[in-house]
Design a protein. Structure first.
Length: 318
């Protein structure tokens, strides 16, 4: 449709077989991709965005039937299509379009879920629900599992999820298995930071530092940085902090190579406020000290940003 005057530029019949989110097309470059179906099975069809002409089809991906799950196209043009049948045979397919044909790059078992259970992270990693109702982080080139989350199961096996990614690499998972709903917040490597039970979940999106959740009926909820809970956080392994607990003076040594400009260290309290800041630098093996002697006793989060991801370490001031 011409957005200036609403006139139709072209139209083309589409194959029957998709429903709900499965009807949604995706656009990348000068191609439109959509689910299609023949008597033999379902596949992805590529159309010319300027004319609507059918260009070519992917190999068959799943048996004939309804396809309610939509698919996504990654930032590099890779097509990620999850098939939904619920008989233990659901798979995630990564497909490549070389300009003349669509081929299968890799495939792997996927958890049953009618909603969009796959996501591209800020570093290009692919996240999806596995058959054990855990979130897997996959290498986009090979499909190999990089990390696996704790369980996001909510009960009787009717789990539906939505996912969203933050610019800092954080991963938000919204699960719904009526009457149970829950939100989880993970680091990029799927360490769980916090979770909360909700009264319904129908969608999630991240904008700047705010996470918006569309709940049941007319309910919405927004989370800001101050909602971060760190009391049960798992520490990173590439940073040494000692002594911990301490009376206020903590010594930090990195177990990784620092950039020339160093790494900024933030210390955050339980309310999500940055209460101390310093820079970790390479300085001839001299140690970096964090001085929290003027702060109240309690739990704090030591956080740094490196290689596109936030890393965390829990410290305790006595």
């Amino acid at each position: 449709i011409n957005y200036l005057d609403g006139t139709t530029i072209w139209e083309v019949p589409r194959d029957f077989g998709s429903s709900s989110d499965g009807n949604a097309p995706n656009v990348y470059g000068d191609k439109i991709y959509l689910w299609a179906q023949s008597a033999q099975g379902m596949y992805i069809k590529a159309l010319d965005i300027n004319t609507g002409n059918i260009l070519y089809d992917s190999p068959l991906l799943v048996s004939p039937g309804f396809q309610q799950m939509g698919f996504m196209v990654g930032s590099d043009g890779t097509i990620y299509a999850g098939t939904v049948r619920g008989m233990g045979s659901d798979k995630m397919y990564a497909l490549q379009d070389d300009g003349s044909q669509i081929t299968i790059l890799w495939e792997k078992p996927m958890g049953y879920c009618l909603w969009g259970n796959h996501l591209e992270g800020s570093d290009g990693s692919i996240y999806m629900l596995n058959p054990n109702e855990e979130i897997e982080r996959l290498d986009p080139t090979t499909g190999d599992v990089i990390n696996t989350s704790s369980s996001v199961s909510l009960g009787d096996g009717g789990l539906m999820i939505n996912m969203a990614a933050g610019a800092d690499g954080s991963i938000y998972v919204l699960g719904n298995d009526w009457p149970n709903s829950k939100i989880w917040f993970f680091t990029a490597d799927l360490q769980e930071l916090w979770s909360e039970n909700l009264s319904g979940g129908r969608g999630i999106v991240v904008a700047e530092d705010i996470v918006f959740v569309n709940g049941k009926n007319t309910q919405m909820k927004a989370y800001g940085p101050h909602d971060l809970s760190i009391q049960d956080m798992t520490d990173v392994n590439n940073l040494s902090v000692y002594p911990n607990p301490s009376d206020g003076l903590f010594t930090i040594t990195p177990n990784f190579e620092l950039s020339n400009n160093g790494v900024v260290i933030d210390v955050i309290n339980l309310s999500g406020e940055i209460v101390y800041k310093t820079t970790l630098i390479q300085n001839n093996n001299q140690l970096t000290t964090v001085d929290l002697s003027s702060l109240s006793s309690g739990i704090y989060l030591l956080r740094y940003f490196d290689n596109g991801t936030y890393h965390h370490h829990k410290i305790i001031k006595q």
